[in-house]
Design a protein around this ligand. Sequence first.
Ligand code: ADP
Length: 852
Amino acid sequence: MASGSAIQIPSRLPLLLTHEGVLLPGSTMRTSVDSPRNMQLVRSRLLKGTSLRSTIIGVIPNTSDPTSDCDDLPSLHRIGTAALAVQVVGSNWPKPHYTLLVTGLCRFQILQLLKEKPYPVAEVEQLDRLEQFTNQHKSEEELGELSEQFYKYAVQLVEMLDMSVPAVAKLRRLLDNLPREVLPDILTSIIRTSNQEKLQILDAVRLEERFKMTIPLLVRQIEGLKLLQKTRKPKQDDDKRVVAIRPARRINHIPSATEDEEEEEDHDDVVMLEKKIRTSSMSEQALKVCLKEIKRLKKMPQSMPEYALTRNYLELMVELPWNKSTKDRLEIRAARILLDNDHYAMEKLKKRVLEYLAVRQLKNNLKGPILCFVGPPGVGKTSVGRSIAKTLGREFHRIALGGVCDQSDIRGHRRTYVGSMPGRIINGLKTVGVNNPVFLLDEVDKLGKSLQGDPAAALLEVLDPEQNHSFTDHYLNVAFDLSQVLFIATANTTATIPPALLDRMEIIQVPGYTQEEKIEIAHRHLIPKQLEQHGLTPQQIQIPQVTTLDIITRYTREAGVRSLDRKLGAICRAVAVKVAEGQHKETKPDRAEVAEGEDCKEHITEDAKTESISDTADLALPPEMPILIDFHALKDILGPPMYEMEVSERLSQPGVAIGLAWTPLGGEIMFVEASRMDGEGQLTLTGQLGDVMKESAHLAISWLRSNAKRYQLTNASGSFDLLDNTDIHLHFPAGAVTKDGPSAGVTIVTCLASLFSGRLVCSDVAMTGEITLRGLVLPVGGIKDKVLAAHRAGLKRIIIPQRNEKDLEEIAMNVRQDLTFVMASCLDEVLNAAFDGGFSVKHIVERLNSKL
Ligand code: ADP
């Protein structure tokens, strides 16, 4: 029966022997495989084969294959079904076996068995045609009436089923569309038939015979259904309802109504998604990938985990702002006003930002350096970034990088990874919805490194203008153009920024504020902001400048203004309570008493309570007198001052000197203490010191030992050998903080000189500078922050290296006026300035003597 135009099955087929179920052409069957021959066939043919041909096997029904390998092959059924193995699933439990999903293609007949082991292979002859159903009309004519009769029964049977079940409707459509000759096989496998009957149909090679045999089976099914309907008649309505509500499956493999509806709904969603993809303005490459994915999605059952993943991916791709941007409205004059309005002081930073913006206005190109603001916390780095976005009219997004130690945080996880998601850059773009936002990369100095790769390396690609137009996030797996994004970075220190990253950025130092600047910032920006946040008006609360200064000096010790802001917030909260309670009238005049005694306070509260109850109408009115925050109120609200001027107290004995240190949090003053005791000339250093600092200590001792005679420095027993029978202990307080750097050199020398000479260091002097063995003083960094810290602490004289003189220009005039600077180029000058009346008296006397 094989015709020339038909698709041919191979002439040699491996045979799968089944003993359960009969596979008919056009139907699909799941069969379990565990006998040795069949297992061999699956292993060496299906699992190893690579071509489509190798997945075609012959299924011989009703033959059980003996379990033992050595037994002879049983007699085989003559006719079988060539089948396509669609799926193979292996399992080891309870015993090794495979489950095969096979779809019948056509009948074949065994001509000759070619081999039996390891699995049977036979030469076969194809019996049915396998073609593109072109001869439909011909076959209809040939079979004429028989086929017509069969068709009528088939339609009658299908119509007896519930047509509201979509699968039944589908079957009805199939009846019209499929060629008649394949229908007997398909219907036989659907209706209730025994294996024996199926076998008969399989053996009916002639089509006419097949029709003839199937008709009685159909009639039997129809009669059966009629009988069933009769017995159920009264309940029919209920039954239908149940069908509609609960998915009851009428026929095997026919999905229930609700399932299908859901599927349909979902299909609508997928169609919508496809439409969105096509109308979105994504790049060509992305569009190609998306269309491929949506094609896969359409074929995927919804229950597959990959379905949700693919959908999420496609939804993200649609949402990304491939081509959406805001229009820049940049006007330098307006930008200057805006920056000035938002921020007080920070002139250098504002100047550089304006330059940057001006260049952008003239040349509409982003290929400039990436600005990186470096400074202590709370000096306004983030808020300047926000202002830049505002002046440009762009969206602003902050990406916190502190503690990020996995490069997939930046670049995303591949989609094969469980729980994969895009990196922060792509996520940020999705959030802002435009492709030209201002991204603030916060805390780049706190990037970590781990086994999961180096996030700094991933950032390099993001920040490089030459590369970032085709940034490929692992999750997206297609390039996204980041060239329109304006990146700004912030850091507390440059020391921990990876050098390659540092190289891509232009560092702008943002130093801490002076007390005067802080007062201005507080009154211009922080207080109005806090008042607004707490629903207060300037008529209700008054914070004079002396109070602000008190907060700055006695309640905070910081380079920025963050804790100042918090303290002001605390004051506003306290005042808000008073205003809300209507207590302001009473507390104000009695303020002095409040601070005086606990009893008194209670008394006032009692009074206030009765007053507030009797005079509730007053609550809505603004208070006549604003609540004045004076020193007593401050103490009431914030508690006793946290920082006292302790400088003079600490310098009441020899062996203490004040140094200036720089930390990522700003400048600090540091007390260096030394003591000596009987011992064997050992030096002990405490206070978590780094290697460089330890070396400075050794340098200082060596220099003092070599100059002991000149300065008349002696140990306890009067010897010029300072370490003879003497141990020295040097301590740098705040032992919990690691300290390193060479700038404590001069302080250590001064401290030890004080110890060995028994003289007190001036209590208003602070110093910084690196030393050499020859006694020279070398320049150090962070002068501005250090000077501000000294000024904050109320010190008056500051000794700095001569070569740092130029750094003083950056310091505000009013601070400079308050302080006396001593420029030292050698240790003699340092010691002279640190001790009242100078230090090198002996030296002069010696020189005079030698003249005599
Ligand atoms: P950073 O990012 O440097 O740690 P922020 O930008 O978060 O600091 O600033 C903390 C707060 O201080 C913000 O509310 C900011 O508005 C305010 N601030 C800091 N500096 C200034 C300034 N020069 N003028 C006005 N407000 C400032």
